[in-house]
Design a binder for this molecule. Structure first.
Ligand SMILES: CC1=C(CCC(=O)O)c2cc3nc(cc4[nH]c(cc5[nH]c(cc1n2)c(C)c5CCC(=O)O)c(CCC(=O)O)c4C)C(CCC(=O)O)=C3C
Ligand SMILES: [Fe+2]
Length: 358
């Protein structure tokens, strides 16, 4: 079995003011987001000239991947398609078919399990293939990579660099605050084969990053970018509320590390650099936000490693080979990773549904 392309699958974002509302309509179709919330979010995008940074970040990552593949003798074209904005994934899959691609790997710009982070991207891939028809290429999603050193180490270095900008005399009253996108409590409960996996993976990454960057400092994992109607419970506490609690507890300085994300897109530059930074300023807290991996060379090489790792599995198994469980079958190539939660190539059917089934 051979793979003949890689497709980067991402969220997508508007690139000019007129894109904002149709983009938001795509994101929220059928998801019950109140119009007041949408108007607010549209305003966040308009404050950045109607341009989300995420598409350029995908272009930058693709350029870095192409250079890395070429330098390492990996001859694999890289395509790009989004869930919510152009280039839309279905158009990309049609192009791949026209170019003669038969079987591709997908790298999704989210490291974690869960419906929004994993299952929904698989649904996007299935929908795009269905739209293209029976001659659409097969597309296998690469594994979740939350605990891969190529993801964890850039986050840890960024935390260390951010700490270096704070007053060392205040280190005793400094706190690391890790953030990820909040999701509905029911969605979190349904993530992974036995539930709770999104939060468990994030706790694992928080522990790993803190352990590398600043083992002497206390840390917390909190949530950002809550959406949805107010009566639906989402993961809490929100980062802004948490900053108030920390300030009241005598914390003077915070490093915010958005371990939930791979690049500095709008959820980072608005919700953290604008909103949470403003909260910190009102509370009198020293505040610095750590960078995300972006195009860190270790993150770029990680993608190649995931591809090569999957080639080996495919060669050995001749078919999709699940590696779920703490002890993978001995004949599968090792997965370079720092954590201990189970990982697999192909997600179990029915895992990470939008809500837990009764
Ligand atoms: C887990 C998760 C990730 C991380 C995994 C991943 O990276 O995929 C993520 C990423 C992102 N979320 C993004 C933007 C938005 N998310 C929204 C709404 C929602 N997010 C959710 C979850 C997540 N979202 C959920 C459960 C909703 C409710 C609606 C629904 O059930 O789907 C809305 C609607 C308006 C609002 O915020 O209310 C917007 C505009 C952008 C683009 C930023 C840019 O443009 O730079 C990115 C990368
Ligand atoms: Fe989101």
């Amino acid at each position: 079995m051979e793979y003949d392309a890689l497709v980067l699958v991402s969220f997508g974002g508007p690139e000019r003011p007129d894109d904002v509302l149709p983009f938001l309509a795509n994101v929220t179709r059928g998801r019950g987001i109140p119009p007041e919330r949408l108007a607010q979010v549209a305003e966040h995008y308009q404050q950045f000239g109607g341009v989300s940074p995420i598409n350029q970040q995908c272009r930058d990552l693709i350029a870095a991947l192409e250079a890395d593949f070429a330098a390492n003798g990996l001859d694999l074209p890289v395509y790009w398609g989004n869930r919510n904005w152009h280039p839309m994934l279905a158009d990309t899959v049609a192009q791949m078919r026209d170019d003669g691609v038969r079987r591709a790997l997908a790298f999704v710009t989210s490291a974690y399990g869960g419906y929004s982070s994993c299952r929904q991207y698989q649904e996007d891939i299935a929908a795009a293939r269905a739209a293209v028809g029976p001659d659409a290429p097969l597309i296998d999603k690469l594994r979740q990579f939350w605990d891969h050193p190529g993801f964890v180490e850039p986050h840890a270095d960024a935390v260390r660099a951010a700490l270096g900008t704070l007053d060392p005399a205040r280190r005793d009253s400094t706190r690391l605050v890790f953030t990820a996108h909040s999701v509905p409590v029911t969605m979190a409960a349904a993530s992974g084969p036995e539930g709770g996996r999104y939060e468990a993976q994030l706790h694992e990454v928080a522990r790993l990053v803190a352990g590398i960057a600043a083992p002497d400092l206390p840390y917390d994992l909190v949530w950002q970018s809550r959406s949805g109607p107010p009566h639906v419970p989402w993961l809490e506490p929100d980062v802004n509320d948490h900053l108030a609690v920390l300030a009241a507890d005598g914390v003077t300085s915070v490093v915010i590390s958005p371990i939930g994300f791979v690049s500095d897109h709008l959820e980072v530059v608005w919700d953290l650099d604008t909103e949470a930074a403003g909260t910190a300023q009102r509370l009198g807290l020293d505040f610095v936000r750590a960078a995300t991996p972006g195009t860190d060379p270790r993150f770029v090489s990680m993608v190649r490693e995931l591809v090569v790792e999957r080639f080996a599995t495919a060669d050995l198994a001749g078919e999709r080979a699940p590696t779920e469980g703490p002890t993978p079958p001995v004949d599968l190539p090792p997965r370079r990773r720092l954590g201990t939660l189970p990982v697999w190539d192909t997600c179990p059917a029915g895992c990470c549904q939008p809500t837990r089934r009764p």
